[in-house]
Design a protein around this ligand. Structure first.
Ligand SMILES: NC(=O)c1ccc[n+]([C@@H]2O[C@H](COP(=O)([O-])OP(=O)(O)OC[C@H]3O[C@@H](n4cnc5c(N)ncnc54)[C@H](O)[C@@H]3O)[C@@H](O)[C@H]2O)c1
Length: 321
């Protein structure tokens, strides 16, 4: 597919996405990452010598430095961000500068430099609380309840208002699964590693719903969007599977089947502003997207790795945002 620039290349999603893109012998990938987080650029460390991959250590706030990279690129996939509610809260000015201002400048530069397709990765947590009897679609109301989600909504709007840049928004479900840069601050991964290590899980608000998607399926979703620009340009897609909405209790029960000694400590929470069930029919109907993983197989994947000692120190900063 030619030249693809991926920002946030060294992160959890970036590492999986770039490996998939490089499977196509006609694709060259330029990754951009500040490498300033505790994990460095762990997601791509093992492919730094790949002949069709280059990692540029740069901050996305420095738009001028990105221009020569994106000039004439067939696609830009914009992943770089301060990711997650807790990380987003830590330094709100920096979160806005990275997530909103730098993204807006990158959108302008991509338009001016004739980028073929701009894919912005956003989040289903933009929906905020919703009725648990219905599945929210892409046309559903957005109720961001954190600064992180607010920044994602702002960039979506900015991008969809931009008429001269072919663009797509991908709203990911919460991601799980093993990747070159692992994260243990995401529910499925966190529950699996804590259940394995401690034999007990403390669960806040067992009844709240969320959709989940495996990191490799999330990467495959972007790849599919890039491969079908005639359909995907100008569209917003939830990336996941309608059958993969779970409560925390359901994830606990799946773990209990695998680790029968597991105990639950239940902490009652009456309201979670981020309880939502999501429909993923649009990406399936329009692009033919199917997921290969589900939460049970993802739990097995994390547990199998944990059993062979892959994560001796899951509390380490490089596993968390
Ligand atoms: N992981 C999820 O559950 C999830 C769900 C929905 C959406 N997303 C979105 O997917 C994208 C990737 O998320 P992830 O889980 O891989 O997170 P991550 O934190 O692992 O990766 C983000 C990468 O961006 C880089 N980065 C941060 N600030 C930068 C800056 N100023 N300049 C250059 N690079 C910078 C970081 O070094 C990191 O490698 C994000 O946009 C996120 O909002 C993720």
């Amino acid at each position: 597919m030619g030249k693809v620039v991926v920002t946030g290349a060294g992160g959890y999603v970036g590492g999986s996405l770039i490996r998939r893109l490089l499977d196509d012998p006609d694709t060259e990938v330029v990754g951009v990452d500040s490498c300033a987080m505790a994990h460095g650029a762990e997601g791509v460390r093992e492919i730094l010598q790949h002949p069709r991959f280059t990692l540029v250590r740069e901050d996305v706030r420095n738009t001028d430095a990105l221009v020569p990279l994106i000039k004439g690129a067939d696609a830009v996939v914009h992943l770089a961000a301060i990711v997650g509610d807790p990380a987003g809260r830590r330094d709100p000015d920096t979160t806005r500068a990275v997530n909103i201002d730098a993204s807006a400048a990158l959108i302008d530069a991509s338009r001016d430099n004739k980028v073929g397709h701009f894919v912005f990765v956003s989040t289903c947590s933009n929906y905020g609380v919703s009725d648990s009897n219905t599945l929210v679609t892409e046309d559903g109301e957005l109720n961001p309840v954190s600064l992180y989600a607010e920044t994602k909504v702002a960039v979506e709007k900015r991008l969809l208002d931009e008429k001269e840049l072919p663009a797509t928004v991908c709203r990911f479900a919460t991601v799980y699964g093993v990747a070159p840069r692992m994260r243990f601050d995401l529910t499925v991964n966190q529950f699996a590693i804590e259940a394995f290590r401690d034999g007990v899980l403390e669960i806040y608000g067992e009844q709240f719903w969320r959709p989940y998607v495996h990191v490799d399926d999330a990467a495959a979703g972007i790849q599919l969007v890039l491969s079908k620009p005639d359909v995907s340009v100008g569209r917003v897609y939830n990336v996941g599977n309608s059958g993969e909405n779970y409560t925390k209790r359901m994830i606990f029960d799946l773990l209990k089947e695998r680790l029968p000694e597991l105990e639950g400590k239940w902490v009652n929470v009456d309201e979670d502003p981020r309880s939502y069930k999501v429909s993923f029919e649009r990406i399936r109907d329009e692009l033919g997207y199917e997921t290969a993983w589900d939460v049970p197989s993802g739990l097995d994947q994390v547990l199998d790795q944990a059993r062979v000692g892959a994560f001796p120190d899951p509390e380490a900063g490089r596993f968390r945002n």
